[in-house]
Design a protein around this ligand. Structure first.
Ligand code: 13P
Ligand code: SF4
Length: 336
């Protein structure tokens, strides 16, 4: 460990307070560090395009978890948000898991504080808990089985029909699953700040201006938005849909980062981000976008900030993810 590494410290917000030499070729440096440290960069589709372009694997929550579980790397650099890096740590507890910015949280995970959820759960003693993976590691310790947007239907359908279910924390995904599976679940009242802001009226107007465009949406969106959709799916589902479908224009209701891979995979097609309520860039997730190439470089150089979880959280939380992995594999939902 160099003297500089030993001295590198996080400030109180979990940020490495170091300036990056502006003449550095960050892409070359990150690639050098990847080799030297046997590190792998896993990036979610909502990351900035320059981070996606340097990643070893880009995917949705299920694909990223599967990669984290099977990687042979010594260090997992997670270009995503906190709950994703925690999941990687639970799946690979002996590896060092780094998150470029510890403040990269998630409004959906924050909408379900474990202490409140524990009390809520006590009201339904005969229910089992299915939690969307977008929740804290501690919430996973209160969960029987996790799901992602890719496997959620398969997970619900794997549970006996007479078994009552609490679904947390996303009420929009929960409502979509009730409709899709016919199961009557008790829902926790949480939501994602990015997927809740799409404007029904502005989408209708946009569709009128682009009559040949398909409207595609992530199931974290509200029901009145999903009701208009030609296709509903996880980020990977949306991407694959645009690759295999014959239309040439799409209005996309999810975080705008996914458009980078859509455009790369289908350069001849047009992708339009669905408009939010205000004239803001609210369909950029402010948490995902905290990660930058500079922070990615710093975190690889100094191996900070690192995700550390208590052993009991890893032991108790992991069971809910392992059960999800088994059902996903049985359903053939394995990322390439
Ligand atoms: P998926 O990529 O698994 O569809 O999840 C979307 C999301 O909101 C991640 O934060
Ligand atoms: Fe959380 Fe929504 Fe951001 Fe995904 S897009 S990380 S669910 S706030």
């Amino acid at each position: 460990m160099s003297l500089l590494t030993a001295k590198a410290k996080l400030d109180k917000n979990g940020f490495l307070d170091l300036a990056v030499d502006p003449t550095l070729d960050l892409v070359a440096e990150i690639n050098r560090l990847k080799k030297e440290k046997n590190a792998v960069i896993l990036a979610h589709y909502y990351q900035d395009s320059e981070i996606q372009d340097i990643a070893d694997y880009i995917g949705d929550s299920l694909g990223l978890s599967q990669q984290a579980a099977k990687t042979k790397a010594d260090i997992i650099v997670f270009a995503g948000v906190h709950f994703m890096a925690e999941t990687a740590k639970m799946l690979s507890p002996t590896k060092k898991v780094l998150l470029p910015d510890l403040k990269a949280g998630c409004s959906l995970a924050d909408s379900c504080p474990p202490a409140l959820f524990k009390k809520f759960k006590e009201k339904y003693p005969d229910h089992i808990v299915v939690s969307y993976i977008n929740c804290t590691a501690e919430l996973k310790t209160l969960t029987d089985i996790c799901c992602t947007s890719t496997n959620a239907v398969a997970i619900i359908e794997s549970i006996p029909k007479d078994q009552p279910i609490i679904f947390a924390p996303d009420k929009n995904l929960g409502a979509y699953l009730i409709k899709k599976t016919g199961r009557n679940m008790v829902l926790w009242n949480g939501a994602c700040m990015v997927h809740e802001i799409f404007s029904y009226e502005r989408i209708i107007k946009l569709r009128n201006r682009h009559p040949n465009a398909k409207f595609i949406a992530h199931p974290e969106c509200e029901a009145h938005i999903l009701d208009m959709a030609d296709y509903i799916g996880s980020t990977t589902g949306l991407l694959k849909y645009t690759m295999n479908d014959s239309a040439t224009e799409y209005i996309v209701a999810t975080e705008a980062g996914i458009l980078h891979q859509m455009q790369k995979s289908s350069p001849h097609k047009t992708f339009i981000p669905a408009p939010p309520e205000n004239n803001c860039a609210c369909n950029d997730c402010p948490h995902m976008k905290l990660n930058t190439l500079e922070k990615l470089y710093l975190c690889m150089e100094y191996e900070l900030p690192e995700i550390i979880l208590p052993d009991w959280v890893i032991e108790q939380g992991r069971a809910s993810i392992d059960r999800m992995m088994v059902v996903s594999e049985k359903a053939g939902l394995v990322a390439a």
